[in-house]
Design a protein around this ligand. Structure first.
Ligand code: XAN
Length: 463
């Protein structure tokens, strides 16, 4: 339905992190105008204390007052309360289909866990009734944590993957959705019989995404990981990505047994990264999850292809996969974002992943005796927002507040009833934000907008 409003003006304190080293950019008493039709930001005016409708007239002198919607988030900022608008989080790696298993991994590591926990669950989602329950819940849950953009893995099943795309569109969550491709080394009940089947189903899925005709909903080519795809499938998926100009997502170098397995399966390649590279699967739109054990040659290849890395520190801890040095990636100028990696990761919260990234980096600093490993609070929040946007090729659209970017945003209130954050009168502003980083959760997320449209996840009012 077409909105009666042509312009929405959001007013309040806007905070974002415009580059890795920038720290918090805090814009107080700030008015951001959003074009209701395009969802993009048309003006940003900070320290504004006049009539907001004047800004609307500046933008379009013909605009009538009832065509302008004002969302005033400044009311909360009396002495005892603290609220701000922050870019929506970007989850660069999440298995939507695995959501029911969040927190279930026992003592297992990757390869056993896939067989014992993951493949049986994913196979259940061929039933569309089950898929609808699982996918609705995971979208609701991620939105409630402030995730406005997600790169989802579904399952090998076409119809339920189509359903995930439809639901993302209905819930208004920006998303990349991948039908998983796998044609070898998988259980008989959960494997595609041939390359042709996998490619044809992927093509049908791409057609479905095109038919949804929603620019927020995109297809992504998804070879699960090298062990579950033969060379023919990898190579054809590379060609498909090129033909349709689509992004690619897969797993790389997550676990030592996996590395050995890849070496045995693909002895003709110099390393794991080359398996993807030589099959046309590495380019500037590729998202590589984990990447814990890459050597310098592999990192150089990833950098030269301008591919991005989804850092998944919670998953890496849950499955004992290893400690991943993000600083190594950043020092090489490789794009890095964060991934919950549900359900190898136990949470759907990117904020929690960001603090885990912080903690793992500090562990690494002590293990390696090198303080450079430490990733600061604002660097972690950058990875959770604009860093992730770069990894997904969306850096011109989301991740920070700039004119012409989409308005993907979350309203955070540190003093909402039930909040776990206690503020004291002497807290400096950046200290309040650091407290949010370490103790915030979905209770602090009061509203979420994608492309300027509020996502209807909450009944509570934010004003
Ligand atoms: O964390 C992971 N989750 C998965 O589902 C998967 N498949 C291959 N490799 C994987 N790693």
């Amino acid at each position: 339905m077409k909105s009666q409003y042509k312009l929405t003006i959001f007013y309040g304190k806007f905070i974002d992190i415009p580059s890795l080293k920038a720290g918090f950019r805090i814009r107080s008493s700030c008015a951001i105008g959003v074009n209701s039709e395009s969802g993009s930001i048309v003006f940003i005016q900070e320290n504004f204390h006049d009539d907001l409708l004047k800004l609307a007239s500046n933008w379009d002198p013909n605009l009538k007052h009832d065509e302008v919607k004002i969302v005033d988030c400044n009311n909360n900022n009396n002495n005892n309360s603290y609220a701000f608008l922050f870019p929506g989080f970007v989850d660069t790696h999440i298995h939507a289909s695995q959501y029911p298993n969040n927190g279930l991994f026992g003592k297992m590591s990757l390869l056993e866990w896939l067989n014992e926990y993951t493949f049986p669950l994913e196979n259940k989602l061929k039933d569309l009734n089950i898929a609808k329950i699982v996918y609705s819940k995971v979208i609701e849950r991620t939105l409630s944590h402030g995730t406005t953009t997600a790169a989802y893995y579904a399952t090998i099943h076409l119809e339920s993957t189509k359903l995930l795309a439809n639901l993302c569109s209905e819930y208004n969550q920006r998303s990349f959705i991948g039908k998983i491709c796998m044609n070898q080394n998988s259980p008989a009940y959960y494997v595609e019989p041939s390359t042709d089947t996998s490619i044809n189903l992927t093509k049908k899925f791409i057609e479905h995404i095109n038919s949804i005709n929603n620019p927020k909903i995109n297809a992504i080519i998804t070879p699960r990981f090298a062990p579950s795809c033969d060379k023919d499938l990898l190579c054809n998926l590379g060609k498909l990505a090129k033909q349709y100009e689509l992004p690619i997502q897969t797993h790389l170098s997550e676990n030592l047994n996996e590395l050995e397995w890849v070496h045995d399966l693909f002895p003709e390649y110099a390393n794991y990264t080359e398996v993807y590279n030589q099959n046309g699967l590495l380019n500037e739109k590729t998202i590589l999850a984990h990447c814990i054990y890459l050597n310098d040659l592999e990192l150089n290849t990833i950098k030269s292809k301008n591919s991005g890395i989804a850092h998944c520190p919670i998953s890496n801890s849950c499955l004992s996969s290893g400690l991943c040095s993000v600083r190594k990636f950043l020092n090489k100028g490789i794009k890095v974002g964060l991934g919950t990696d549900t359900s190898a990761g136990y949470t759907t919260s990117i904020l929690e992943v960001a603090r885990h990234a912080h903690m793992v980096s500090r562990q690494l600093a002590s293990v390696e005796g090198n303080d450079d490993c430490k990733i600061s609070v604002t660097e972690c929040l950058y990875l959770a927002t604009l860093g992730g946007a770069y990894v997904m090729g969306l850096q011109d659209q989301v991740g920070s507040f700039e004119v012409n970017k989409q308005f993907d945003c979350q309203l955070i209130n540190l003093t909402v009833e039930g909040s776990k954050i206690d503020l004291f009168p002497w807290d400096k502003e950046t200290e309040k934000l650091e407290k949010w980083f370490f103790n915030g959760d979905d209770r602090n997320v009061q509203a979420v907008w994608v492309g300027g449209q509020e996502c209807g996840i909450r009944s509570k009012s934010y004003l």
